[in-house]
Design a protein around this ligand. Structure first.
Ligand code: SF4
Length: 326
């Protein structure tokens, strides 16, 4: 992951339970460069939100990192003491979650929340923090920003609140932003505006973004590269256009075929038969093999690693050199 701002190497996350230890993320590796937006997609339970939580050090208990590394600018950040991690989370990594209300304190004005965040992380005086807070609100498209600074979260609409959360996440000028379903709770008309805003602000500031979503429309609009998750592993990763239009993993192909095409009338949308396995019942070999229309003997026996597959990398035996040989 040389040259990456964020480097995730062989990350494995487990949950100890009364019935044994469940592996929720299994050997996940990827990087994100400064200014790059990496989308992470997959069905519920595929491990995309857990990946974000592991990076920011907020795994839900009793989840823990069993092995692997998370590096930011070359510095290993998993395994740091909580106080050090909290400093990094505030200063170097910003986070945006689905529900803006969970990120905002209902008892404080948005101005107070913004200026306190700026003062806590940047070497500026209160007057400068106030000026920056107005600038941030205005950059996120909130009109009459100086006035709105004195308003409480409940005085903003859902879409405006998420803009405030974006301003708050960017207040300490983080190098990395982890955004987990940032538009899912918003009206469709507002979703596109918020995504466009996130994209332009991060491009301007050179902020790297991990954008976690189940919405391929959001991915198509905003991302440079995409990682497709399946059963706790990356099934395919590559440039957004290749993933959308020339997928190489049968699961990605199935996901893309399930997206409605407004230009074509079909009696039924195609879907991938079966369901993603539960964590305690992940099949041996390629975990997608029970649902894969192209499965063959080797798929049940051995687990494929990510292999070069055209413009992307796919964890699929169809792309192993030996399988391609005549
Ligand atoms: Fe399908 Fe086999 Fe490829 Fe898995 S490795 S996606 S089962 S062809």
């Amino acid at each position: 992951m040389t040259g990456s701002l964020l480097a995730v190497d062989h990350l494995t996350v487990e949950f100890p339970t009364r019935h044994g230890t469940l592996t929720a993320l299994d050997d996940v590796s990827f990087g994100i460069a400064p200014g790059e937006i990496l989308g992470m997609v997959g069905e519920s339970g595929a491990g995309k939100s857990l990946t974000g939580a592991a990076i920011i050090g907020l795994l839900p208990p009793p989840g823990r990192i069993r092995s692997g590394e998370v590096r930011l600018n070359g510095q290993r950040i998993n395994g740091l003491p909580e106080a050090a991690l909290r400093r990094i989370r505030g200063r170097q990594i910003g986070a945006i979650f689905q529900d803006p209300l969970t990120a905002l304190n209902p008892l404080y004005t948005v101005g107070r929340q913004l200026t306190e965040t700026i003062l806590a992380h940047l070497p500026v005086m209160p007057a400068e923090a106030q000026r920056r807070a107005v600038g941030l609100l205005s950059d996120t498209g909130i009109a009459a920003a100086a006035e709105r600074l004195h308003h409480y979260p409940h005085q903003f609409s859902g879409g405006m609140r998420q803009r405030v959360v974006i301003a708050l996440a960017l207040a300490a000028e983080p190098q990395l932003l982890v955004a987990d379903e940032p538009t899912t709770a918003l009206d469709v008309s507002v979703q596109a505006q918020v995504i466009a805003l996130l994209k332009s602000l991060c491009r301007e500031r050179g902020t790297a973004v991990l954008l976690i979503t189940h919405d391929m429309g959001v991915i198509a609009e905003s991302c440079d590269r995409v990682a497709v998750m399946y059963a706790g592993r990356i099934a395919e990763i590559g440039p957004v256009q290749a993933i959308l239009h020339r997928p190489s993993h049968p699961y990605t192909t199935g996901l893309m075929a399930a997206i409605p095409d407004m230009a074509v009338s079909v009696p039924r949308l195609r879907q991938i038969d079966g369901a993603m396995p539960r964590l305690d019942a992940v099949p041996a070999g390629c975990s997608f093999h029970p649902r894969c229309p192209q499965a063959f003997a080797r798929c049940q026996e051995a687990r494929p690693e990510l292999l070069p597959a055209g413009a992307t990398q796919a964890a699929c035996w169809l792309h192993a050199v030996s399988e391609r040989a005549p």
